[in-house]
Design a protein around this ligand. Structure first.
Ligand SMILES: [Zn+2]
Length: 400
């Protein structure tokens, strides 16, 4: 027992108001216990109707509070149950914690702020609790702000999928292209995910028929999902996915046509880079590769030429370029390049829509990188729901 002065100090620190008061404080360097009660004869508010009533009896409960220096801190209180003539016997609400949780609001605030700045395991270490405790707190706050999320202004979206575990479990991620905040995630991919998104929009004051633009990859199931569930949306096929597709084709051709094997393998990432970004030295090496392997050289030229489609001043020049590229690939391309040609031809207008809307998934691709890092560190996130909660928390621009 530390005496009346300590009680006063903790009354101030806890911002306690009548009828609550600090009855006692016990402290060691490792642990502080604060005991609270209400004044004996004070009336208390019924949590249902707000009427001030007599105390019927008291129940004792303990909460974990923020640490005091290095000591773990606990609050134990005798909570009055009021005797309301209208509502019966009810336990009153306490001002330092939300209902049915054994941590104080101060503890939750500190935990949330740490999780914003550091990995979960580190934050748990600082707070002296298991990660599952912090995950529970995070889930509550993220869910609460998701429930309040207002999507009435969403018009343009970025759509992508990412794998959250080893063994191909997919998550569909949708961001608002204008605010760059993630607004939706669901397990799975394709058309079903778009139906869930449409329901989600409606539940959050949005309107699927007001979505004007979607930037996404070339997946057929996305295409049919968009047509079905976002009926007025136009599509811009994402340039990052186009570049990836043509690079994958180039890589197939490279691995099938390795004459000077090890050197080509070593050059693999250089071959996939945009030629404009190469050093003079790398340009020379690629020039040599083209000289001693005409098949690979030609595929490389085709790749470089296709990605130039984004360098034109206007859409008509770009579409002329793509048409020429298509006939070149059709007559001279290897099978993987011809397959790219077929996709490009099928989605010609949606690819060139980039010139009208200048929209791309760059933001989501960056995010994907971070997601993959999180996954590697965590050796695959054990729980998809917690994984999505963390992504919403870090990239959802939520009002938490
Ligand atoms: Zn009442």
């Amino acid at each position: 027992m530390l005496g009346p002065d300590a009680n006063k100090i903790f009354t101030t620190l806890l911002k306690l108001e009548e009828p609550w008061f600090v009855e006692n404080v016990e402290a060691t360097p490792e642990r502080v216990d604060i005991y609270l009660s209400t004044r004996a004869k004070a009336l208390v508010e019924c949590p249902v109707c707000g009427k001030r009533c007599k105390v019927h009896d008291r129940v004792q409960r303990t909460w974990r509070d923020s640490d005091v220096r290095d000591a773990e801190c606990f609050i134990t209180a005798k909570i009055p149950r009021c005797e309301c003539p209208k509502c019966g016997v009810k336990q009153i609400a306490v001002p330092w914690a939300r209902e049915n949780i054994s941590f104080t609001e101060s503890f939750e605030r500190r935990a949330m702020s740490l999780m914003q700045r550091m990995p979960l395991t580190k934050a748990a270490e600082f707070m002296h609790v298991g990660t599952w405790v912090l995950e529970g707190i995070l889930r509550y706050h993220v869910q609460r702000s998701l429930d309040r999320m207002d999507l009435s202004n969403v018009r343009n979206i970025l759509l992508d999928e990412t794998s959250c575990k080893r063994g191909h479990r997919y998550i569909t991620v949708i961001a608002d292209a204008d605010t760059k905040g993630i607004i939706f995630m669901t397990e799975g991919k394709g058309s079903d995910s778009l139906r869930s998104f449409s329901d989600w929009l409606i539940a959050h004051n949005g309107d699927p028929s007001r979505i004007k633009l979607v930037s996404c990859d070339f997946s057929r199931s996305f295409l049919s999902g968009i047509n079905e569930h976002l009926p007025r949306a136009d599509i811009v096929y994402d340039r990052f996915h186009l570049v990836k597709m043509v690079n994958d084709a180039l890589d197939k051709i490279r691995s099938k046509n390795q004459m000077n094997g090890s050197r080509h393998k070593w050059m693999r990432f250089k071959l996939m880079k945009n030629g404009k970004d190469l050093s003079d030295d790398d340009k020379r090496k690629i020039f040599d590769i083209k000289n001693d392997n005409s098949v690979l050289g030609l595929a490389y030229e085709m790749k470089e030429s296709l990605i130039q489609l984004y360098d034109y001043p206007d859409i008509s020049a770009a579409s002329e370029h793509v048409k020429q590229w298509l006939s070149w690939v059709d007559s001279k391309g290897e099978a993987p390049m011809k397959a790219v040609g077929r996709t490009v031809s099928r989605h010609f207008h949606r690819i060139l829509n980039w010139y009208i809307h200048k929209m791309s998934n760059g933001f989501l691709e960056g995010l994907n990188g971070m997601i993959q890092t999180t996954k590697r560190i965590g050796r695959g996130y054990p729980n998809t729901q917690n994984f999505m909660t963390m992504i919403f928390f870090r990239h959802g621009r939520l009002d938490i």
